[in-house]
Design a protein around this ligand. Structure first.
Ligand SMILES: Nc1ncnc2c1ncn2[C@@H]1O[C@H](COP(=O)(O)OP(=O)(O)OP(=O)(O)O)[C@@H](O)[C@H]1O
Ligand SMILES: [Mg+2]
Length: 294
């Protein structure tokens, strides 16, 4: 569904250049429910805005389904945004209208496209648990309820892919769990591909895969799988165990990013020795340099 390779985004302001993404690689399968985590400023929103067609990449390649987002024309982009993606913004005030009801808010984008489907709008609000509140004005709803209206709106165009920027950023943990449940249901029932951006590590356990980005690069990847055990450790035959595995991402050119903590623990800076013993690759502080320093 999503294929980014060497994706670069440079923001130019007056005399300053900010490299928000510096050659990011990411691949997301159709029907996946995954999260992207990273610190503030690591490039998460930048990536999501590019995937959502709201921002143009500077270099590299980015494909979503049949679309090449680097070569796409303005006209195709309108179609892409209308038909392929649903977007939940970091600051949802951007796509909600306070003096309209929840239902009217969901119908608004349909109205702009020229066809309102009331039954579907009601269904969407039911899915996000707002059946009883659909005729309330937006400003009469709590922050968490408004966030759920935003989810319903993002689905109004029946997208294939949902992009959510910090969807649980400003809600309590109960509402956050509820929102994650909604995502899981949409993913399972509609086969929707969902990419969630967050800096909340606790969400990691609630999706299939987590990709960490650091300084505009994919650094590590965590997978969560339910593995069938053959009665190895008393789980019974065919029992399920949840397995978490963390990976460093190796790009096409064979580069991998070593966490800063590992490097500083070994005092590695600038250069490292690398040995291959037939099974493992061992990275150490260069021996000659060590000698020099003595
Ligand atoms: N429109 C812009 N013009 C200039 N620089 C920008 C612009 N948008 C983002 N940046 C810069 O790009 C970098 C990545 O920003 P981005 O918004 O993608 O981070 P983020 O990971 O979403 O952070 P947060 O968790 O705080 O939302 C930051 O250094 C930011 O200052
Ligand atoms: Mg952001």
């Amino acid at each position: 569904m999503i294929e980014c390779e060497g994706l670069v985004k440079i923001y130019k302001t007056d005399d300053l250049e900010v490299v928000a993404l510096q050659g990011l690689n990411l691949s997301v399968k159709d029907g996946e429910l995954m999260a992207i985590i990273g610190n503030s400023g690591s490039g998460k929103s930048t990536l999501l805005n590019i995937l959502g067609g709201l921002d143009h990449p500077s270099a590299g390649s980015v494909h979503v389904g049949p679309w090449d987002l680097l070569k796409i024309t303005e006209e195709q982009l309108v179609k892409y945004k209308r038909e392929t993606v649903g977007f939940i913004w970091q600051n949802n005030a951007r796509n909600l209208l306070p003096y309209l009801s929840a239902l009217e808010n969901v119908e608004m984008p349909m109205m702009l496209r020229g066809k309102v489907d009331r039954a579907y709008s009601r269904q969407l609000l039911e899915w996000v648990g707002l059946k009883e509140r659909m005729n309330n004005k937006l400003h009469q709803l709590s922050g968490g309820e408004q966030q759920r209206v935003a989810i319903a709106i993002s689905l109004s165009n029946r997208p294939q892919m949902l992009l959510a920027d910090e969807p649980t950023g400003s809600v309590d943990s109960r509402t956050s769990d509820m929102i994650m449940d909604i995502f899981r249901t949409l993913n399972r029932e509609l086969g929707l591909t969902i990419v969630i951006v967050t800096h909340d590590l606790s969400l990691a356990g609630k999706v299939d895969r987590v990709v960490a980005i650091r300084d505009g690069l994919t650094s590590t990847e965590f997978l969560r799988r339910n593995t069938h055990l053959d009665d190895a450790e008393g789980f019974g035959k065919g029992g399920l165990q949840e397995v978490h595995e963390a990976y460093a991402v190796v790009d096409r050119a064979g580069r991998l990013q070593v966490p800063k903590e590992y490097l500083s623990a070994l005092g590695i800076a600038g250069k490292a020795s690398m040995e291959f013993d037939g099974e493992r690759i061992i990275i150490t502080k260069p021996k000659l340099l060590e000698g020099e320093q003595k």
